[in-house]
Design a protein. Structure first.
Length: 318
């Protein structure tokens, strides 16, 4: 047991040991991917249905509650040392600063498997990777215990494969890092959104460039805490870059779906977002400034509900 009132993990998240830039954060970014492969019983599962990851998240939460502390189940900090997995993934870890929460340290994605079937990929970030085996076991128990992947009654799924694998994020940055002096030399970048981007201004969906970049920056700040770091954010420089960029979104397509009920609410709620190409163009200096943020954002997504796999995109210079 620890003498810290809210536990060692929360203490470390609130008291990071170093200050880093985005580039430095990327250099020591640590991520573990848990992959589970389903080959049978997935005929009704649409890899394009954003609600599938949400249902998986709910099933995983139920499985982790079975082996969690009473405090974590009730939404309070877990007193165990180390903390139970439910608290790590679902607990309130406080704020980085006013208006910026420490985010959930995971993303769930449902992907078509190369040889057929479906891969469920749960990515854990930073310090949360210490709980990777427990999360993997919880995911298997969730699937075998029954989950409604297609919106119908819960049914058990039998995974055919499971792997827990560290991910080296370095190549993501190296692919866009220039050999000479720090400029990509590009005056345009395309973000291809594979799952819906749901960026909001107030209650309204928006595809505004500044809102997109600000949301990514805040999420990067939160994710830095999971890497025992405080991210030094150049807010004005980001705003200056956003102000000179042009956005081409004419090929984005709207998507609408309903979020299923959970233990906090008994009804589903309508959600919406956009998929497709999002083109940013402008001066080379502005593209250079936002490139590290956009490269890193591929790991955790843009907009809201990213833990459910929303806002997943691929980035490419044009």
């Amino acid at each position: 047991m620890t003498d810290l009132p809210d536990g060692l993990l929360r203490y470390r998240l609130q008291n990071p040991r170093q200050v880093v830039t985005l580039e430095q954060l990327m250099e020591h970014w640590f991520q573990v991917d848990i992959r589970v492969h389903l080959t049978s019983g997935v005929e009704a599962v649409s890899n394009q249905d954003p609600s599938v990851a949400d249902r998986l998240r709910g099933a995983l939460g139920r499985a982790l509650m079975e082996v969690a502390s009473a405090e974590a189940v009730s939404g309070r900090p877990c007193p165990w040392d180390p903390a139970c997995t439910l608290d790590v993934l679902w607990g309130d870890m406080g704020t980085v600063r006013r208006g910026v929460q420490v985010p959930k340290p995971f993303v769930i994605r449902v992907l078509p498997a190369p040889g057929g079937g479906t891969d469920i990929c749960l990515s854990l970030f930073g310090q949360a990777t210490d709980w990777a085996e427990a999360v993997a076991d919880g995911l298997i128990r969730a699937l075998r215990g029954g989950v409604s992947l297609d919106g119908g009654p819960r049914r058990p799924y039998d995974p055919q494969a499971r792997c827990v694998q560290p991910v080296d994020a370095g190549p993501l940055w190296d692919a866009l890092r220039p050999v000479d002096a720090g400029s990509t030399g590009a005056d345009a970048l395309m973000l291809l959104f594979e799952t819906p981007l749901a960026t909001r201004q107030g209650e309204d969906l928006t595809i505004d460039c500044r809102a997109l970049l600000t949301g990514l920056s805040r999420r990067a700040e939160g994710m830095a805490r999971w890497h025992d770091s405080h991210l030094a954010v150049e807010g004005q420089a980001l705003a200056d870059a956003a102000s000179v960029l042009s956005v081409q979104t004419s090929h984005l397509r709207p998507r609408h779906w309903r979020r299923p009920p959970n233990r906090q609410r008994t009804h589903d709620i309508p959600l919406g977002g956009f998929v497709g190409p999002y083109l940013l163009s402008g001066p080379v200096w502005a593209i250079d400034h936002i490139t590290p943020l956009l490269v890193l954002g591929q790991a955790f997504g843009a907009g809201s509900h990213t833990a459910l796999g929303l806002g997943r995109y691929r980035l490419a210079p044009l």
